[in-house]
Ligand binder design. Sequence first.
Ligand code: SF4
Ligand code: SF4
Length: 279
Amino acid sequence: MAGIVSTIGQKCRRCFSCIRECPATAIRVVNGQAFVITERCLSCGHCVKVCSQHAKEISSDIEKVLFKLIPKGKTVAMVAPSFAASFPNDYLKLPSALKSMGFIKVTEAAFGADLISPLYGKLFEKIDGRTIISSPCPAIYNYIEKYFTELVPNLAPIVSPMIAMGRYLKETLGNDIKVVFIGPCVAKKSEYIDEEVNDAVDAVLTFTELKKIFNDNNIDISSFNEIEFDPPYANLGKSFPLTGGLLKTAKISGDILAKKVIVVDGKEKVEEIIQDVWN
Ligand code: SF4
Ligand code: SF4
């Protein structure tokens, strides 16, 4: 079965950078080429970034979104908070550009973080000595579920903002709407098809895929008007994906911080802290 990330054989120049860089030793040489072993892959997308030959391919929902979901006339876009970094000059025009594609509403996934942040506050109050691991990144959940199975009970039992928001949209707008998440992260493609949460979101596009759609369809984002996102409006949830953003979003108090909270980011530090908790 093809996974979220695979190698385009014709483009691969056998430099094996991806093999050296993969955090999960999920790439092996098969018939002289770098082959991704789906069962080991975290869908983190790191090999896509390090491959100078653009020989790594991500499973794409572009056709599904353009030709199956949007034509139904009930498809809502949900955009990750980092949209401004991906469209620095035109981010205020993104909602109208997306509506020109046929999305009936354009919403912010950050409201999903506002929905789940009180649950984190309650969880922190009840921790009593246990180590709880939380991250906005599904690749970290994949890493623990595949390689540190003893730590699975330590994962925070709270869905991500994307899943919370997808469920909220379907509850409030009707279960027949389709929801497309648009964000920076390849690993979201593995999250939305997870059988425990696959009721919430119908497709995931990366910002790179969205730019390709704009480019292929002559959609010039700079030519659109600046309009607001559709409600519900996000509050502190906009900070959720930033380092330490969960604490800010959940308004976790100094008392609770005394229970010892460690905030890490970056591939090496995350690997290190997971090893430390595991040992
Ligand atoms: S980094 Fe790219 S070119 Fe190099 S081995 Fe991996 S897939 Fe092939
Ligand atoms: S997506 Fe991540 S885990 Fe999967 S092969 Fe690439 S680097 Fe390795």
